[in-house]
Design a protein around this ligand. Structure first.
Ligand code: ZN
Length: 74
């Protein structure tokens, strides 16, 4: 079963606008084996309201997966 670790988010003051930036770093596991990690950040004070997400799955965590199919970054 795939699970996402629920660690607390971290908040800080945004250097560019003084708003609050919230960051999440969470690990993804499948039956206890780490298979990925994702990072997300967003600010409550930016007009574009974008969320920045970095997702890394497979190779480099613990599960050997062909490199060309193992990672997705966006
Ligand atoms: Zn800002």
């Amino acid at each position: 079963m795939i699970e996402i670790e629920r660690t607390p988010s971290k908040e800080s003051v945004c250097e560019c606008c003084g708003g609050t930036t919230t960051r999440l770093t969470r690990f993804v596991s499948d039956d206890g084996d780490a298979i990925g990690v994702y990072y997300a950040a967003f600010s409550d004070n930016h007009p574009d309201s974008n969320v920045v997400v970095l997702l890394s799955l497979g190779n480099g965590i613990t599960t050997p997966v062909p490199k060309t199919e193992s990672r997705s970054h966006f």
